[in-house]
Design a protein around this ligand. Sequence first.
Ligand code: UGA
Length: 427
Amino acid sequence: MSERKPALGVFGAGWVGLVTGACFADLGHDVVVRDVVSERIEKLNAGELPFHEPGLSEVIERNRERLTFTLDASELTAGADIFFACVDTPATPSGDADLSSVWSVIEDLGEPGEATLVMKSTVPVGTGERIRVALDQRKLAGLGYVSNPEFLAEGRAVEDFMHPDRIVIGAFDEAHGDRVAALYEGFEAPILRTSVPSAEMIKLAANAFLATRISFINEIANVCEALGADVDEVAHGMGLDRRVGASYLRPGLGYGGSCFPKDVSFLKLLAGNSGYHFQLVSAVIEVNELQKRRVVNKLKEHLGSLRGKTIALLGLAFKPNTDDMREAPSIVLASRLLAEGAEVRGWDPLVRSHPSLDGVAIQKSMLEAVRGADAAVIVTEWPELEALPSPEVRDAMRTRLVVDGRNLLDPEVVRAAGFEYEGIGRP
Ligand code: UGA
């Protein structure tokens, strides 16, 4: 007879919580996922996902029997052996992490006896130690605390969960660390055992490093533009050096999303609060801010004043395969263009409206978005946009200018189709 797998309780039905809960259910665990937003739980119980994530509905559907979605924390605390905190940690007005949802989880746990609390939410370094003290003060010594940061990228989160590069487990107590490590038995990835603060730092440092690579290649792109080199050739040549590697060297309009902007800034402030001025990440943030705005200058170089010009923003989500608009470069770009007096249209395969895109006329099709436009700007590299250099689009546009903010298209193909073309860091 096979041993019973530990029952799991997941706080938070956002990206991390749902992917974690659904994937562990797929691995044979009974999982209760609790969220405080009733609409979210109703949707999940009706078989709908609250956001777009490829492959996730299928995993949820085939594990319905092992998955419960609830608003009631006691349903979760009643039978679980291991709890996962997968709640959001947004920025406060000062830019630091708002940990109120994390502290609510601690409250909602009540007195669970012998169990393990696993922190998946991204938290400032030192949070685990503060939580440990709070648990001990409440005489919850039987409740172990483990930091097990997530490295899931939206759009491929299920794949990232099932095939991670590494699993990081930071524990105060070896037995609780072993318990969490056992959940990942059979995974091919190395399991790295660390202290709790190191695990917390690995998460922030990894995201900040990836963001640094992006800002670095974006600056190389900007210098390439001035000097006549081609950044795609340069990135390829750099990436072939095994010490450098090829990933996160795609130039563009800068990084967005719910993680990089927030985590890089958390790291900067965390260092600052402890008296260290982290100059490199400050520069990474500044480069990223300016990168989103460079497109406006490119448009002006071609079109002169943008007042009264119609600009189509193609791809609005912060990256392809998601409907997530958090910190999407399209928001800054739209707002800058509207301030210049342009008429701004938008199109995205998934995003149909968004409060931050007030003033942008979002169209149902790419062709409608470019009709009568003076420029088409590729903001997000949706594969659908590869069809852009077509006779239909050319005939629909008033001025045949393509600004490719993600270097998605082959400049020669676009020019041969009768457009003017501008990329990022391309001659
Ligand atoms: C990121 C990390 O990749 C995950 O490992 C991490 O778990 C997650 O944050 C998190 O902290 O929760 P995500 O924000 O979903 O995941 O998206 P990425 O695919 O990493 O892209 C982030 C941004 O960087 C996007 O705006 C993307 O367009 C941009 N990017 C990425 C570039 O501009 N160039 C690149 O070469 C790569």
